[in-house]
Design a binder for this molecule. Structure first.
Ligand SMILES: *Cc1c(COP(=O)(O)O)cnc(C)c1O
Length: 394
């Protein structure tokens, strides 16, 4: 839907005006000429794979977040996989990760034959609860596994408690990997995401805060030796020095057209982060004092990139609210209906403390509202009004 569509349909009446959950068209309209020129440049130089856009984007991304190195790759899933391959995890190894996250976080651990150990989350932040890390290590050992690392996830765009997670990891000889597929651009205690743990994986899937127009992702690290390994993994484990493949890798490359698009999108990203923050602030103000509605909290010193704006709806009213909002033409999404630990392929893996009560409960309470940098104030007012009216009628 373009901005002009919005205007035309808006006059057709309140309920006829659709609100986009994520409006990629409004953003495209803003940078369309730059994107077209970027694509034409690739068509002109013809270096479709590993052309100049890749190096340029890697430099721009690293400069943006303050990491020393950035490695462009095919997707957020590839970024996780490549970092885990570089750590050489496999059967017998355990990696602690939340269950309340997108599937890929635990999936790449399992794909390599290692075992995810699921850990519960904090009620307020939706992120991994550092207080449960000792129980996670115990659960791994009780299952006969060797704990190797922790995957912290910046869920819904908010960084987790890195200080506590990194301190526990250091004391227990574990590494920390940041799955920042939702959190690239966010800040924790004055530091940008991309600089925590031994490496960071992010995604530029179109719906992520910094999304391309297709699949791609990136890795960040300060470790020069790791960069060399990742370059090799990205290119089938090939050596850069001789005709040899000393390790097993994959094709993890990003294509140049995506890189060209992302170079342009990164330029407006700081502005978009501020716009997202304004949208979130207006929501939270609009829902203040509403019974059975808990708005998201951002700890002092952190900035969220609001990959999702997610409410907790108490007293078992979530599903009724979703239905009532649908009737009022307000789209919603549920992230996540069920923790990964309860899905068929993952039921057999250990859980810290035996079960994950906060995860299980929040799966029944969460609902995400339309969130993007171009959400007009009157559309947002309509969402707020719809939630308020629906909650009062339930
Ligand atoms: C989206 C997402 C991924 C996967 O990214 P893709 O680019 O879609 O492969 C991984 N982890 C989390 C937390 C995500 O939200």
């Amino acid at each position: 839907m373009t901005m002009s569509d919005t205007k035309e349909r808006g006059s057709a009446g309140r309920l006829a005006k659709p609100i986009a959950f994520i409006d990629l068209a409004a953003q495209q309209e803003r940078i369309r000429p730059q994107v077209e020129r970027a694509l034409l440049r690739v068509l002109d130089h013809g270096k479709y794979i590993m052309g100049p856009e890749i190096t340029q984007l890697e430099e721009d991304l690293a400069a943006f977040c303050g990491a020393k190195y950035s490695i462009a790759c095919g997707s957020g899933t590839d970024a996780l996989l490549m970092l885990l391959m570089a750590k050489e995890i496999g059967p017998g190894d355990a990696v602690i990760c939340p269950s309340f996250t997108f599937t890929a976080t635990a999936e790449m651990v399992a794909l390599l034959g290692a075992s995810p150990v699921f850990i519960d989350i904090e009620e307020e932040s939706f992120n991994l609860d550092p207080a449960r890390l000792p129980a996670a290590v115990e659960a791994a050992k009780a299952a006969g596994l060797t704990p190797k690392g922790i995957i912290a996830v910046d869920l819904f765009g908010l960084p987790p408690e890195y200080d506590a997670i990194e301190a526990f990891a250091a004391e227990n000889g574990l590494w920390v990997l940041d799955d920042a597929a939702q959190g690239f651009g966010a800040t924790y205690k004055g530091r940008k995401v991309g600089t925590f743990g031994f490496g960071t994986a992010t995604s530029f899937f179109p719906a992520k805060p910094l999304g391309g127009y297709g699949d791609s992702g990136a890795i960040f690290t300060d470790d020069e030796a790791l960069v060399e390994t990742l370059h090799s993994i990205r290119n089938h484990g090939a050596s850069t020095k001789s005709f040899d493949n000393p390790i097993v890798g994959l094709n993890g490359r990003m294509d140049c057209m995506q890189a060209g698009i992302l170079i342009e999108k990164l330029k407006i990203f700081p502005d978009e982060i501020e716009a997202r923050d304004r949208v979130a602030a207006r929501y939270s103000e609009g829902f203040a004092g509403l019974e059975n509605v808990v708005t998201p909290v951002v700890p002092a010193g952190s900035q969220s990139v609001w990959a999702q704006y997610t409410l907790k709806i108490k007293s078992g009213l979530r599903d009724a609210l979703v239905a009532a909002l649908k009737d009022r033409n307000v789209p919603t999404a549920i992230h996540y209906l069920k923790g990964i630990h309860l899905r068929t392929a993952y039921e057999r893996y250990p859980r810290a403390g035996g079960d994950l009560p906060v995860t299980d409960r929040l799966c029944g309470e969460v609902v995400s509202l339309p969130m993007h940098p171009y959400l007009a104030e009157d559309d947002q007012a309509q969402v707020i009004e719809a939630v308020r009216a629906a909650m009062k009628s339930l």
